[in-house]
Each structure stands twice: as C-alpha cells, then as structure tokens.
Design a protein around this ligand. Sequence first.
Ligand code: CTP
Ligand code: MG
Length: 357
Amino acid sequence: MHPGVLHRRFLNDLSTSLFSFVLPLLPTSEELNVKEEVRGLIEKLIKTLEPSARLLSFGSSCNSFGLRNSDMDLVVLIDDPNATIEPGNFVESMASLLERETNFNVKPLPRARIPILKLELAPSPALPFGIACDIGIENRLAIENTRLLLTYATIDPARVRTLVLFLKVWSKRRRINSPYRGTLSSYGFTLMVLYYLVHVKQPPVLPNLQRIMPMRPMEEEEVMLEGRNVYFFDDVETLRREWSSVNFESVGELLIDFFRFFSHDFQFNNSVLSLRAGQLTKESKGWVNDIDVGGLNEMARDRNRLCIEDPFEISYNVARTVTKDGLYTIRGEFMRATRILTQRPDRAVLALAELCR
Ligand code: CTP
Ligand code: MG
C-alpha cells in the first residue's frame, strides 16, 4: 500500500486509540459524588469556625482534566470583610477541628509559604484508593485559573481534553510529573498544551481568551483580583456561536506535532511559554539562568531552566521546580515520544502502550 495511505490510516487509528485510552481513566460518577459529599461535610465543619467561610474545589476536580483517583484541591474563601483571619492560624484551627470530628488523617502545614492543610482518608469499597486532599486559604487566583482552563476545554472538548488527559497520564507514567522531584506539575503540562493549541499551531485550534477575540478585535478588558488582571473571555455561549477553528487536524496529528515541536523547535534556553502573550524571551521577563550569585548559584541556576508564565500571576514561573536534570529528562521524553509515534508503528494501541510504559 502507498506509504501516504498507510500513514493516514495510522493517524486515524491513533486518534481513535487516544479516545479509548483516556475514557476508562476518567473518574466514575460514584467517585465524583463521594468527593462532593466530602467537600460538603468539611465545609459544614469549617463554617462552625467562621460562618462566612465557603469551601470550593479547584484544579482537576473541576477543570475537566480530572483523572480517576486524583487528589482533591480545595480552598477556603472567607466572604466577611470584617473577619480577621490569619491563614496559618486558620489552618491550625481547622486541623484540630477535623482531627476531632472526622476520620481523616490530618497534617497541617501552617508555616509553609502558602499555608495548607493536608487530609487523607484510608481506602474503602466506595473509594478503593482513599482520598487525598489539600486545603488552602483564600487562594482566589487558583479559582480563576481553574475557570480559564475549563473554558478552554469547553471550546473543543474532544481535542483539548483528550490531549491534556493523555499528556497527564503519560507524564505520570514516565515520572516527569513530580514538582517535588525536579520535574513539572500537571498544571504546567496543561499550560504547555494550551500554549501549543493557541500560539504554535497554525491555524490555531483555540483562540487566546485573554486577548483579542477574533470577532471583536477591541474586546480587551481588565478585571483586577489581588493586583492581577484576571480578565478572560468566559462567555461560552457566544464563543460557541461565533468562534470556530479552521484547524481540522485530528487529535492524533496534534499529539505527534506537539511532541515534535517540544523536541526540536522550542528554544528552551531562551524562551518563555506564555499562554497570555505567546512566546517571550527569558531576558524580557528577567528570568535568566546561569547568573552567578555567590553561594546561591546552584539554586538560582536551576530556577529558570524551563519557563512557563502563569496566566494571571505573570511574575510567577509555573515551571520553577524544574531542575537542569529534570528538563533534560523531560526533553528526552518528548524525543522518545516523537520517535515512537513517527517510526511508523503498525498499531496505534501498541504505540500508546509503549509510550506510557
Ligand atoms: N496551581 C497553581 N500554580 C501551580 C500549580 C498549581 O496555581 N504552580 C493551581 C492551579 O489552579 C491548578 C491547581 O493548582 O489547576 C492544581 O494543580 P495540579 O495538581 O498541578 O493540577 P491538577 O489539574 O489538579 O492535576 P492532578 O490531577 O495531577 O492533581
Ligand atoms: Mg490536583
């Protein structure tokens, strides 16, 4: 058969295989219900400490990029402007309350840079993997970036969700999704995929929600929260009606090209990925590495190896956890993935299994 035809066939096969790969890894409705119950229960308890407190989910439980048995990210928001609450102290009060009133294993980190409370529930039949949950205080930007990610997913769920979910599974299986061990968080990988779909792919698969709307070029607004501009176009109905991509590449093609782009084209040494503004230079952000500052040089050098600008907290490098070795490993994985998917494997299912081995 003609190689072109074979290749077409492989790409179709790859897209179908990606959907079937991801589907069984989605959380069951039972899991979602139990988690929502747990959130409600903890919220009720917290209200006994501070009646104006609300407990909200953020992260993968509500950005549509959740996998089965993933951690719960929760945040306490205090609505009463007269309530004087110090996050560290509030974490300690919550810890003793939940210790007393629930079966959770409770671990407060009140003096961390961002004070949080860690909770764990042992496995049970309804939740064979138990529950792990982090509760933060007043982190309103996280709620907004969760909404931004969800809105991007809603525009083209079949391609966006499939790509992000696959990349999350792949990065976990290949052990490059551990910010504590020098690699990148799920949030970081998600921003890479969205950056690629908004700024790299031509024609783009997604519009830039923080900038110009194609139908109304002047629509740029400012909505301030904690000193940051958190505006983005979130009117999903209008988006559905008025915006449609003219990029018709399949999810399989996009995946291969994503790996290829980050293997060969992206200039990791001097570029910053910004979902908000496209490709920026490290220099323009002041995120240079290799600055020799006495005894601190090791740390400083590692801080800006991989640079991903947070969509709202633009002075924050989401990939600051990635070390020199970590980046080397991540780039090696992008190359390995490109190799596996482009060396004309017969069957896409086998290629995906090999990819995530
Ligand atoms: N977050 C953030 N800055 C980071 C990391 C995370 O603001 N450097 C916030 C984001 O709101 C993100 C949420 O924390 O959506 C959860 O991050 P993470 O656990 O990395 O992503 P999840 O989508 O929850 O992935 P997983 O299923 O692996 O937990
Ligand atoms: Mg999470």
